[in-house]
Design a protein around this ligand. Structure first.
Ligand SMILES: [Zn+2]
Length: 177
């Protein structure tokens, strides 16, 4: 696997990301508020023996990165479309390099409008609003400014679109590796 090093010294997989995903991650972590959240980190990244962070719980080399849930567009430009949620951080935006790539809604940021994170240790999902977006994200009609735990069938409103959240993993099911 060809690794690329960004200006801040992070190593990342150039085949998968056009820009350093860790720099974005740092920006998102800076946005982490205390509201409604425990002080625990998301345990999103592991550090291997070389001190290099790996982004995914199961990385690509193991060849298995199973779906853990879905977001389905129920209102807006991509109504009817589903988006797979994988383990740990799923960046949302219009850009093709985003894990959850929403093309049709121009009111959604190209990069990092938000993140849906699945924590396989605690088996819960969290929505983290992007730090630089100008619009407000609503979950079940409530404006959110800080990370917020998601429950089945929550309605996430971003830009001019609405999405329903459907978990697969959680208390009832988890992939056995
Ligand atoms: Zn970086």
């Amino acid at each position: 696997m060809k690794m690329e090093r960004c200006n801040n010294g992070h190593l990342y997989n150039k085949k998968r990301y056009n820009a350093c995903p860790y720099c974005d991650e740092a920006a998102l972590e800076a946005n982490t508020g205390s509201e409604g959240m425990s002080s625990k980190p998301f345990t999103a990244s592991n550090t291997n023996e070389n001190g290099v962070k790996t982004l995914a719980y199961w990385d690509e080399e193991q060849g298995f990165d199973p779906v853990v849930g879905w977001m389905v567009c129920i209102e807006g430009a991509e109504q009817g479309k589903d988006y797979k949620i994988r383990h740990e951080r799923n960046f949302i935006g219009r850009s093709e390099e985003m894990h959850i790539h929403i093309e049709g809604d121009k009111t959604i940021s190209r990069r990092n409008h938000g993140v849906i994170s699945y924590n396989p240790k605690e088996r819960n999902f969290t929505f983290i609003p992007g730090p630089e977006i100008t619009s407000i994200i609503y979950i079940n009609d409530e404006a959110i400014y800080a990370p917020r735990e998601l429950s089945a069938y929550d309605i996430i409103e971003m830009g001019k679109s609405k999405f329903i959240f459907i978990p697969l993993c959680g208390q009832h099911f988890e992939w056995q590796i």
